[in-house]
Ligand binder design. Sequence first.
Ligand code: SAM
Length: 249
Amino acid sequence: VVALYIVPTPIGNLGDISSRAIEILNQVNLIACEDTRHSGRLLSHLGIKTRTTAVHDHNEREKASWIVEQLNAGGSVALISDAGTPLISDPGYHLVNFVREAGFAVIPLPGACAAITALSASGLPSDRFSFEGFLPAKEKGRADKLKALREDTRTLIFYESPHRILPSLQSIQTHLGGARKMVMARELTKTFETFLSGSVTEVLQQVESDPNQQRGEMVLMTHGAEVVEQEALPAESIETLKILCSELP
Ligand code: SAM
């Protein structure tokens, strides 16, 4: 079937690619990569010789119509990003939307994703969670975003990069509170994989005092806001009952 395949690649450990993913990457006529040089290393490691083309944030819209032409000509295409699942804080949204609108099948393969990998071992509630991607680069943007999330009772998941880890943790401390439980998962599937957990203040202190904790790739997860138990009766009825009680002998 002529289709656009969405193919996750490893987030560190090269063993984390499925045999089906390798099969698809070998079979398609074209692999759309976020960065052809970066993905070239993975593809040559896997012995895959399929032609590649670059599809990134700056050319995605123009490339989308060219890719639909390839599909029209009967050639299937695979989309990969530098690491993990395409479209998850990575390019691909416009392409998938455009290909679907053009009437072609989009077939996703399951695979590595840093957010889900981190959450699964965090010890934080995983029944309800919200993936928030990267926090904004500027303090004002981070403050606005975090204030909007302050009352959210779901576990929150953020991506972060080494040069913004300290300001982001400081913003989380200011706007979500230092006492909230959090976990930082760093270098998942790699040699220096580390989970730091504790209150936001404790994790911030550990990261501040150890420059090694500021290196590599990291996922930040915070416990949701505590659920406020609703009173069983409406406030008005409680007031009426109080008055009644005080009037009774
Ligand atoms: N598409 C990817 C996915 O499915 O996870 C995410 C791409 S995003 C541009 C890169 C961010 O993902 C990093 O800044 C970090 O927050 C997170 N990340 C990727 N690999 C990671 C790893 N091995 N350990 C921890 N976080 C990782």
